[in-house]
Design a protein around this ligand. Structure first.
Ligand code: ADP
Length: 161
């Protein structure tokens, strides 16, 4: 039986920290679905469609990685694609409380779905989509922080604004 995992997030936009989790996950699971969750409570810089295109561009070298969006409950998405693992990245202790809360809720909703955590590489432990957007806005060099397609898209986005 195929080992199928999902890797959910906002990915606004995808960073090298996300890429670290996705590339390592793609070696462990037969299929990995990166899913952009439509979260109305955030005010995203990129549309869902733009985020999907950026993730596709950044992950095209991984044939077992698929990219989609979803607007319902994560546990329902997992059932839909036949996933038994929810793959998350952990950066610092500050991530722990939030992750514990959503993991407990997801377990309550679907006992068949296990959440696995991968600890990020040290060099990405400070990295978040928000901090990248913050510095990119002022023209900082972000080439070490995001895939090349994202660097280009951020430059264009802030040029438009
Ligand atoms: P969310 O809105 O669910 O927090 P994000 O796009 O911020 O969505 O994050 C998606 C997943 O990627 C989460 O598991 C998060 O902990 C992880 N992640 C984000 N940044 C990093 C990073 N620098 N290193 C490792 N994991 C990360």
């Amino acid at each position: 039986m195929d080992r199928v995992a999902i890797c959910p997030g906002s990915f606004d936009p995808i960073t090298n920290g996300h890429m670290d989790i996705i590339s390592r996950g793609s070696k462990i699971f037969d299929k990995l679905y990166v899913v952009v969750l439509k979260n109305a409570s955030k005010n995203p810089l990129f549309t869902v469609e733009e985020r999907i295109e950026l993730i596709k561009g950044a992950t095209e070298k991984y044939p077992n990685v698929h990219v989609e969006s979803y607007s319902g409950l994560l546990v329902d998405y997992a059932r839909k694609v036949g996933a038994t693992v929810n793959l998350r990245g952990l950066r610092a202790v500050s991530d722990f409380e939030y992750e514990m809360q959503i993991t407990s809720m997801n377990r309550l909703l679907n006992q068949e779905l296990e959440t696995f955590f991968i600890m990020t590489r040290n060099q990405y432990s400070f990295l978040s989509s928000s901090i990248v957007k913050e510095v990119a806005k002022y023209g900082a060099d972000i080439s070490e922080l995001v895939p090349a397609v994202v660097e280009k898209a951020l430059l264009e986005k802030f040029r438009e604004k």
